[in-house]
Design a protein around this ligand. Structure first.
Ligand code: SF4
Ligand code: SF4
Length: 119
């Protein structure tokens, strides 16, 4: 679930607002507002499309996670999803091929829903 948008990295481009499939974010006058956090489906699209690595999506699909902006900035986690998927400046780096490991919880949930006949 989306946890934070780090203000001092964000350029207010609103790419994250546009790509979010469940309309979690509102374009602000400043940085986007996480307006409907519980609607987040943990798809990581906002992280993937943020060109400035300003968004952290926590892998927990079910519960909001509180993170500190300074701590997350120092953690190396910002931009990790984009990097591990070999996007943009990472496209020619052989260390970063397409990794789906962070989607594990999403795929497990989709499988459980399919097995329960909810899809
Ligand atoms: S992780 Fe997906 S659903 Fe959640 S805010 Fe980002 S784009 Fe929207
Ligand atoms: S995509 Fe990144 S830089 Fe653009 S508005 Fe969203 S958080 Fe800010």
């Amino acid at each position: 679930m989306i946890a934070i948008i780090v203000e001092d990295r964000c350029t207010n481009c609103n790419a994250c607002v546009v790509v979010c499939p469940t309309n979690v974010l509102d374009a602000g006058p400043g940085i986007p507002v996480i307006a409907r956090q519980l609607d987040c489906q943990t798809c990581f699209m906002c992280e993937l499309y943020c060109p400035h690595d300003a968004i952290y999506v926590a892998p927990d699909c079910d519960h909001p996670v509180t993170v500190d902006a300074q701590a997350i900035a120092g953690s190396g986690l910002l931009g990790e999803f984009r990097r591990l998927h070999g996007w943009d400046e990472w496209a020619d780096d052989p260390r970063f091929t397409n990794e789906h490991w962070q989607m594990e919880q999403v795929f497990l949930r989709a499988r459980a829903m399919a097995q329960a006949g909810n899809m």
